[in-house]
Structure formats: C-alpha cells, structure tokens
Write a protein that binds this ligand. Structure first.
Ligand code: DGJ
Length: 706
C-alpha cells in the first residue's frame, strides 16, 4: 500500500483517525471533530529535529526497532537467532463495519504475517489485539507480542492500581514522566497486586474533569503494562502477556493471538470513562443469557461455619436464610472428601460421606423447597499433596521436575495441559452439575503459580487458556449455571474471565469500611452488579473491626448483595435488621444493576459518596458514607450529577444510622420536609450534608415528579 489513506472509527463521542501507508499510525484518538480530515492531516505531521534519524519515525500500532523507533517494540522473537528484527508492511485493510478495522501486514523476508484488529463500539470503548502467524519453515520463538496505543503529549498523570489479599483495588496517582511507568504481574493469575488496568489523563484529571484514557488488559495470567514518554515528548502505552522462555514457539502455519486490550477516552473525567466501560461490560462482556436475570441475594456459609459441615445444621441455616429474604444459598469449602481444614483434599471432588451420609439431595431439596437456589464451592485447578488425587497422580502437578516449589495455602496447582487431569476435573464438575440441582458455582483459586511447567516446558499461557477452556466447556453444557470468579477474594478479576462468569468476589475482606475503598477502586472498570458484596458479622473476621448493622447493611447495598455469616447464631433484632437490608436492596436492585454510576466528589475527604441514576433519569439512589471524623464541624453540600437538569425530584431518606437524631442539635431541615428540587439544583448546589458519626452512612432516594 503506497498511497497513505485515512481511516476513521467513530463512537458516540470519540473518534480515532488512523493513517495507513506501509504501517498504521493513530493520528487522533479523542473527541469527535468536524472537518475535512484529508485536507487537514498534513498540519499534524511532525518536524524532524537534528541529532537523530533523518526521517520522522511514526509511533505505530506495532512499534518496530527495524524502522528506527527506539521504544519498547511490539514484537520480539526469532527463528533460531534469525528473523529477529521484522519490519511489517501493510498488505490489506478491511473495514467490515463502521467500528471494526482489520489491518493485515507482512514481512516476507522474516516469514511473518501480522493482523491488527481495532474495534470501537457505540459506548466509546476500543478493543484491540494482534495475531502473529509464522509463514516460513522453522519454528518462530515469540518472546513478546504487545498491544500498543499512543497517548497524546498532553497526558501528564496516571492513576494506577496496587493491592494485596484483603486490600484489593487501591488506586494511586503519579506523574507520567520520562522513564515512564511499568507494572509486571508474574503471579500466574490476574492478581491482587497488579490489577491489569490504569488511567492516563491530562493534568489534575478527576472524577468530573480532565481528559482521560483508561486501559484494561483482559487476561487472567501474567502481564506487563507500561506507559512511557519518549525523548521527543510522544507518549504511548503497551499491554502484553509475559511469556516464559520458549513457551510460544510457532511452527510454520501456526499463529498466536494476544488477549484483547480495552481502552476508552472521555473528555470529562473518570466518571464518564467508567460509565463507558460499564455500558460496554453490560452489553458486550457479561453473557447475554445472564444480563437480564435478577441477581439473587446470597447467603454464603464460609464465615458462618468454615469447614465444620453438618447437613442438619446447614439446613437450619438455610431455613433462617430464607426468612431473611435470601434467594440463593451457597455451601462453601469443606463439603468434599477429607476436607476438614485447608491442609488436605483439594482434588478429591467427591462428596464427603462422613459429613453428608445421606448425600447432598436432602440439603438441596430443603434449600429449593424454601424457594432458594443452591450453589456449591469448587477450587478445580488446585491440589493438596495430602489427597487421593495426588497420591494416585503425582504427575498431575503443574511443576518442573526436580524442583520443590513453595506451597501456598498448603496447596499446589493442577497441570491443566495434562489431558487426563483436565478430563478428570471436567468429569467431576459435570457429575455434580448433572446430578444435583446446582444453580451457581463459586469457582475459587487460592494460590499463585510459581513454576507452570508441563513436561518440563514453561506453560503459563496454556495453563490460563486451559482454565478458560474448562469453564467454557461447563458453561456450554450448563448455560443456566451462574459462576462466580473468586481467587482468595479479588485475585482473578478481569474482562476475559467475566465473559465466562457472572460475578466476582472482590475481596475476602467484609469490613464495611475497607469495602468502600475496594469497591470504589473496582468501580472504575466494573458495574456494581458484578461485585459480590456481603454483610459480614458484626466483628469482621479479617480486621477485627466492629460495625453496626446499619453501616454493614448500607455498605453491602451497592453491589450484588449477600450475607456471609451464620444466621442461626444471630439474635432476633439482628435478624430483623438483615431482613430489612435485604428488602431494601431488593427494592432498589433493578436501578442499582442497570443505572448510571457516579462516584460523587465531596468537600471533605472523610466522606465518600456515590449515586446510581436511572438510565431514563426518572430516579436515583445516593449513598453518603462517612469514613472518618470530618475535618470541620459541618461538611458542605453534596452535589448529585447526572439528573435531568430541567426535571423536578422529590428527595427522601431511605435509611439512616441508629443514633442519627441524637448526634446534632438539629440535622439539616431538608431531611424532614417534603423537598422537591430541580436536577440542576442537585447537580450544581446540592444538599447540605448532615452530621454523621465516623463509619456510618445514609441512603437517599430521588424520584422525578411530573
Ligand atoms: C477463599 C475465598 O475467597 C473465601 O471466600 C472462601 O471461599 C475460601 N477461599 C474457602 O477456602
């Protein structure tokens, strides 16, 4: 292709202009612009300063050292030491629909073909991925294959993620300087530590201001993400899978495709970006079978009974749960053969007949007769050395012979490339799903992967792909079964796993205070309905912090709600309270799980607030949480964006803390009166924030009055 031509991808508010010649370069990715692109494009062609290569070198979708682009290349590999510096030339471009572009290129000398896909949807979310094909004799060893997107020179700051077990999705800000930012995850699952996402933006970007470009790499294994500044000021980002040495080796005719990199631009800050990602997730990631289904309120047995299973007692828990309004009852870890603690039995996916002498049927029937769905916990990819599985098949361990890898939670990983092991796991899950009326699986994964070795060779990528295959096979056979992705809490949370599951367990930490930050961090890319959010016991099992039921109830409200305790042991008052919050959740659930999410900005950092506004702007719910002691005696106004500016809304209080009236001489008068306010008043001036104690919250509703 000698003539350079322009191609345009257009979303609702976003436009991408790509110049295609020998290679593809994004000239613009931002707000939609009007005008004659063809005539204007030369005005952004760059000067060529002295002291460097004599020609301008474009920042392409596949940066190549061979063209003289001294950035991190998009591809690194070789054929027994040769063909290591390919330079691709575009051979064909197919724009199959307004939003989908396929760019085919080739390096004949190196014997490689490359396909770059780019899609921009109506919610302004881009998906891109690369496929490399070896078209020449001799194995091509791929060391790296990255997705690259340019960032404009006005991106000055990043919001990145860090975290750990029981403290996931923490965000931090940093300037984007020369030297850039890089994160590497080598833990074998998506990880708590390096959630595969970040946001780049203009200086001081915030929830409602600044231009932002958000990125999410949809892969549940090792990855590397970077944002970098070149010496000439140009910026770019990259996302790739980390390949272990030798693991991607392409025979002639074979190809390898990267995971999808998702990206979205918004001109008015993080809320807009999140709303775009949420719409994309709701319409293109979550399975269409599940999208319209009401998400039932859970009771999960884990923190109630741990490994101590007695079917009679579990049935009494179920009876209590039903009275609280619970709709799905889940038996967590501890139900299978020999599983009395976390030292043994992973792999032995047979019912423990000591604990369940009459089988699971009586429990499931009891649960179903109470009108609830039944769910069961599995951790299919894991194996304890103290298990029949290991005793019979030590070769099923994912390991490298001759090395003793460290244990994690006393367990190891099953080699899913071993067909016998894979088939055994499929057969066991198939058995349970076929025999019992199971509507839900909690799919856990509780350790990091140290040496993913299959027959001596590195197999990190394959292990992740085989995990997807296992879920997909079961999903195809049992499409009605809903699956939760859990990995010691939020260790496997990403768009690729969400394509085959319906819900995440964001954290093992049910501390209502900590959950505020965890779920807020997760909300930048995920809508509330996929966040499992449970009311835990009054003293949190992870932090030992104590919280009132009002605070716990409201903090579990803005997700997919559940209860995580033993209801039999709770007193009557507490049970009435659980029932109240379950009922409250049900009354606003359809709005919470379909509306537009706003993280609200508050005048005092002690407060954290969020709103969900109905898509037709007819109603909204608002949660104000006071996390710490406020700085001042009063805390300013809470502004609620996203309402119809011209419409009138009646404001009412749905829930408040027990001591609310007693902690101020008077609370703001609007709380008692019948207040009707315009949408623009709510957005611009807001409502005065009442006096609240630390670790308490308030729930408001706004309804349009015609
Ligand atoms: C870790 C999960 O995050 C918990 O919720 C629970 O299912 C345990 N595993 C069970 O072993």
């Amino acid at each position: 292709m000698n003539e350079k031509k322009l191609v345009e991808l257009t979303g609702k508010h976003t436009q991408i202009i790509i110049e295609l010649g020998e290679y593809a370069e994004i000239l613009h990715w931002g707000k939609k612009i009007e005008g004659e692109l063809e005539r204007c494009r030369s005005v952004i062609h760059r000067p060529v300063p002295q002291g460097r290569l004599d020609k301008d070198v474009a920042m392409t979708l596949m940066p190549e050292l061979g063209r003289g682009l001294f950035s991190s290349p998009g591809l690194e590999g070789h054929r027994d030491g040769l063909d290591w510096a390919p330079v691709f030339v575009i051979t064909d471009v197919v724009q199959s629909s307004a939003g989908h572009l396929l760019i085919k290129s080739e390096d004949k000398r190196a014997g490689l073909k490359l396909s770059t896909e780019l899609m921009l949807d109506e919610y302004d979310v881009i998906k891109t991925r690369q496929t490399l094909k070896n078209i020449k004799a001799g194995k091509y060893y791929l060391n790296r294959l990255a997705n690259t997107l340019p960032l404009p020179a006005r991106t000055k700051e990043l919001m990145t993620y860090y975290g750990r077990w029981v403290k996931e999705f923490q965000t931090q800000r940093q300037p984007l300087l020369q030297g850039g930012y890089q994160q590497e995850n080598r833990r074998g699952r998506t990880s708590h530590e390096h959630y595969p996402a970040f946001v780049a933006g203009t200086e001081d970007f915030s929830e409602n201001h600044g231009e932002v470009w958000g990125f999410h790499f949809a892969w549940s294994g090792n990855h590397r993400m970077r944002a970098d500044v070149k010496v000439d000021g140009r910026r770019y980002m990259q996302a790739e899978v980390i390949y272990f040495p030798g693991e991607i080796a392409l025979e002639q005719g074979e190809s390898h495709t990267t995971p999808w990199l998702y990206a979205s631009y918004n001109a008015s800050g993080l809320n807009g970006m999140s709303q775009q990602f949420h719409s994309h997730v709701r319409n293109s990631v979550i399975s269409p079978d599940y999208k319209e289904k009401v998400r039932p309120v859970h009771l999960n047995t884990w923190e109630g009974i741990y490994f101590d299973h007695d079917p009679e007692y579990i049935m009494s828990m179920a009876s209590q749960a039903a009275e609280l309004g619970v709709e799905r009852f889940i038996i967590d870890d501890g139900w299978f053969k020999g599983r009395d603690d976390d030292y043994a039995a992973l792999g032995d996916w047979f019912l423990d007949e000591r604990k369940y002498p009459n089988g699971l049927e009586p429990v499931i029937e009891h649960v179903n007769n109470l009108g609830m769905e039944f769910g069961l916990w599995f951790e299919p990819e894991m194996i304890n050395k103290d298990s029949d599985m290991y005793r019979e098949h030590p070769e099923w361990l994912l390991a490298v012979d001759g090395y003793n890898q460290p244990e994690g939670r006393h367990q190891y990983v099953v080699d899913l490339m071993n067909d016998d092991a894979f088939n055994f796991l499929y057969e066991r899950l198939d058995y349970f799903l076929g025999k019992y009326n199971i509507g839900y699986i909690k799919w856990d994964m509780n350790r990091e992967i140290v040496q993913p070795g299959h027959e001596g060779r590195a197999s990190g990528v394959k292990q992740t792909e085989r995990f997807y295959d296992l879920v997909d096979l079961l999903r195809t056979k049992y499409p009605q079964v809903s699956i939760e992705s859990c990995a010691s809490g939020g260790g496997r949370v990403d768009f690729e796993v969400l394509k085959r599951t319906d819900r995440f367990w964001p954290s093992d930490n049910n501390d209502a205070l900590e959950r505020q930050t965890i779920q807020r961090g997760m909300s930048y890319f995920f809508p509330p309905e996929v966040m499992g959010s449970h009311i835990g016991s009054s003293e949190c099992h992870c932090t030992r912090r104590k919280h009132s039921i009002e605070f716990r109830g409201l903090m579990a409200m803005f997700g997919h709600m559940g209860i995580e305790l033993d209801p039999v042991k709770e007193d009557e008052t507490e049970k009435q309270n659980f029932a109240h919050y379950v009922e409250l959740h049900k009354s606003i659930r359809s709005l919470l799980h379909s509306g537009v999410n706003w993280r609200l900005t508050t005048d005092d950092p002690a407060h954290q607030a969020q709103a969900v506004v109905a898509k037709d702007q007819s109603e909204a719910v608002v949660l104000i949480a006071q996390l710490a002691m406020p700085t001042n005696m009063t805390s300013g106004n809470l502004r609620i964006p996203g309402l119809d500016e011209k419409a009138q809304y009646r404001v009412s209080v749905l829930d408040k803390p027990a001591f609310f009236e007693r902690i101020a001489n008077t609370q703001p008068p609007w709380m008692e009166a019948d207040n009707v306010l315009s949408g623009s008043w709510c957005g611009e001036i807001g409502l005065s924030i009442p006096v609240l104690d630390p670790e308490t919250a308030l729930l408001l509703k706004l309804e349009r009055v015609d």
